[in-house]
Design a protein around this ligand. Structure first.
Ligand SMILES: *Cc1c(COP(=O)(O)O)cnc(C)c1O
Length: 224
């Protein structure tokens, strides 16, 4: 199997679901990303600012880069000129910095709030109460250079499909709740970013609009 075949398999699986594919290229070399690009794919995800910036500089400019990893405030300035969506917003302070850097670049940056839905304690993200406080925060309306377009979550790493489904459903219920109850100029709930190689099928069944797939496209990662 090669990268183009893997992508085509996913694309055929996604037909009619309303869900799009982010090819997670973290740790993978640029020639592999170019193979995916040359097969027609344009949306890629990275989780480290340094890699994201380097790859964006070297690869075609019509790639839509999604920042899917934890983002420190002091690094927002490096991605603000080009990033197409930030999936990992988990504080008002980070959002304020994204707004500021987006304004400097005369852009509006699409953001997702990352919600902690897994059992593991190590993963980043807001609790559901923190999320609901965030979307009601009156300061949000002053941030004219960001747009909140949805939520992102990662399920527990487990074989227990019921557990995974329960966590994704929890996130999609929060998504619909905000969609129906919160009205603000710069909040428009459109994207539900959930599902990775091991759990994307369940995520799609639970309403995902963006699956983030690395291993099943590019193969296993070697961390050194
Ligand atoms: C690495 C990563 C993925 C992709 O994981 P795979 O299991 O390789 O598909 C998805 N989302 C986030 C946030 C990641 O860091």
């Amino acid at each position: 199997m090669n990268i183009a075949d893997n992508l085509n398999l996913f694309k055929s699986e996604l037909v009619g679901t309303g869900c799009r594919l982010i090819a997670v290229s973290k740790t993978k070399p640029e020639d592999m990303i170019l193979k995916a690009y040359n097969s027609g794919h344009r949306i890629f995800g990275e989780n480290k600012v340094q890699d994201l910036v380097a790859k964006a500089q070297n690869l075609p400019s019509d790639i839509m880069w999604h920042m899917i990893g934890h983002l420190q405030r002091n690094k927002v300035k490096y991605v603000a000129p080009f990033v197409s969506m930030i999936h990992s917003v988990d504080s008002v302070r980070l959002l304020a910095e994204i707004n500021k850097q987006a304004a400097k670049n005369e852009r509006v940056i699409d953001c997702l709030f990352q919600v902690h839905i897994a059992e593991e304690e190590t993963k980043f993200g807001l609790s559901s109460n923190e999320l609901l406080d965030m979307v009601k925060n009156p300061e949000l309306k002053d941030y004219e250079n960001i747009r909140i377009v949805g939520l992102m979550g990662m399920a527990t790493y487990t074989d227990d499909e019921l557990q995974i489904r329960k966590e994704f459903r929890f996130l999609s219920e929060l998504f619909y709740k905000i969609q129906s109850e919160i009205s603000a100029e710069n909040i428009e709930m459109m994207e539900l970013s959930m599902g990775m190689t091991s759990d994307y099928k369940i995520a799609i069944e639970e309403g995902s609009t963006l699956i983030r797939i690395g291993t099943a496209i590019f193969g296993a990662r070697n961390y050194t």
